[in-house]
Design a protein around this ligand. Structure first.
Ligand SMILES: Cc1cc2nc3c(=O)[nH]c(=O)nc-3n(C[C@H](O)[C@H](O)[C@H](O)COP(=O)(O)O)c2cc1C
Length: 192
């Protein structure tokens, strides 16, 4: 069984991070961190009314023994250390603030610390930066990370698969991100 970290930060598109967590849990151990600001976005964009103080409700939703949820303020969680082996990390969606912190090694919470560890240990990191439009600062931060091998996968939909619903658009983006990290899934269909 593989082991992945997923962080959901306070950018729009939290449903993508929730769906990736669900998909990863099918075959993998998953360490989930939800930033304080992500809770606001989850509550305003999705059907979930989740609170940082009520982790049990989130655990109940995913209903898996393979899921470990960490408080973003807990820098002494196992994923804070390089000695805790993982197969990679997703930051989906990624706010411009977290992008900037990761690009500059500013490990001020568990999400940015875990990403810093992934980079220093040479493991795979996928970031889904969400903003519109991107400023030169945002692009420079992405470029900096891309040059060291971080996968920059913004949540851009594609239309060549003729989506009819928002769920299909979300499914494509979820599947593509998992595929980029080598995680087999039913959502991503290759062009034949
Ligand atoms: C409803 C809502 C949507 C937001 N969408 C974005 C976004 O798409 N991209 C972004 O960079 N910030 C967005 N923000 C602002 C971030 O939540 C804010 O910068 C926060 O400090 C990010 O912190 P975090 O990276 O620790 O989650 C949004 C905030 C709210 C309330």
């Amino acid at each position: 069984m593989k082991r992945y970290i997923i962080a959901i930060t306070g950018a729009s598109g939290s449903i993508l991070g929730i769906n990736i967590t669900k998909e990863l849990l099918i075959n993998n151990e998953v360490h989930l961190i939800i930033s304080n600001h992500a809770f606001d976005v989850i509550n305003s964009e999705t059907e979930f009314i989740w609170q940082s103080v009520n982790i049990d409700e989130i655990k109940q939703y995913f209903n898996s023994d393979r899921l470990f949820i960490h408080d973003t303020n807990n820098q002494s969680a196992p994923i804070s250390s390089g000695s805790f082996i993982t197969d990679g990390m997703f930051i989906v969606p990624c706010s411009m603030k977290t992008l900037s912190a990761v690009a500059n090694g500013y490990a001020n919470n568990l999400i940015t610390r875990a990403a810093d560890v992934i980079i220093k240990e040479g493991r795979r990191l996928l970031i889904a930066p969400r903003e519109m439009p991107f400023s030169a600062i945002h692009l420079e931060n992405m470029s900096r990370l891309s040059r060291i091998g971080v996968i920059i996968a913004p949540p851009n939909p594609a239309f060549y698969h003729n989506p009819k619903t928002i769920d299909e658009l979300i499914g494509y983006m979820t599947g593509k991100m998992l595929d980029l990290m080598g995680v087999a899934n039913k959502h991503f269909k290759r062009w034949e």
